[in-house]
Design a protein around this ligand. Sequence first.
Ligand code: GDP
Ligand code: MG
Length: 279
Amino acid sequence: MVSINWYPGHMVKARREIEKNLKMVDIVLLLLDARAPLSCRNIDLERLGGRKRIIMVFNKMDLAQPGSSKKYARQLEQEGFAVASINSLNGQGRKKVLQLIIDAFGEQADKMRARGRRLRAVRVMVAGVPNVGKSTFLNCMVGKKVAQTGAKPGVTRGQQWIRVRDDIEFMDTPGLMWPKIENHTQGKKLALLNIVGENAYNEYEIAIFLLEVLKDKKPDILLEKFKIEDVNIHNEELLEQISIRRGHLLKEGRPDTAKTCKLLLQDFRQGKLGALSLD
Ligand SMILES: Nc1nc2c(ncn2[C@@H]2O[C@H](COP(=O)(O)OP(=O)(O)O)[C@@H](O)[C@H]2O)c(=O)[nH]1
Ligand SMILES: [Mg+2]
């Protein structure tokens, strides 16, 4: 099992903050990593949302295999969620997300109009696991830099609304939530996606897991990029061969597998192994 060293204090605080913020929004937009949307889900948050509309957005679509994303999008749609995919780095898919927000607010907007009330902008809270791209997504939706990306979650300032259009505003602090880890494989996926924090897992174990995924889904990467002749060998041997092919050697000439593990994880996370889905 990937042992996860959580900090319960932070988790409790984050949950309380989400609960408080939920009262102020119409819609929760749950950001999921398109490479493992189901593993990033958080039933706890879905419950906290109560009867509020939840929109599921697969972020980092550029890094996922389209067939896999489609399959899970359909599955979530069958569960009754609105689903869209986006690449927050270039804005691909942005329009559909805006449309889903307007659609999800439609019924409530009609009610407000019927009661003769002035229509206000729909309020949206973005939520998701660490590193899923909440800040990047917010900046993408707004069209300018309003949230710091790649940084550790910061201290919450006073509540502010970020206007995306006249009819849509986002809460400026995304709801940070930790994934609920139900099993060993999910834990490994979340570690590989850089969601659980590097102190919580063993790089060797996660790199071996990545090799297994590659063997299964993209053996071409092993054959062509790493010049492996036969992928049907033991994982340890495969790792050593990759070390040698990439020139990761210790002084005595032995393969430096620790270095290779680190770089394999980095390559995957930077998209250098191409689109690769985990779920
Ligand atoms: N390839 C790709 N990377 C993304 C996308 N969205 C965010 N990222 C990257 O994911 C990392 C984490 O993003 P950030 O917005 O800081 O995540 P947060 O912790 O959820 O706020 C950063 O390195 C972003 O550049 C995307 O759609 N595609
Ligand atoms: Mg952030």
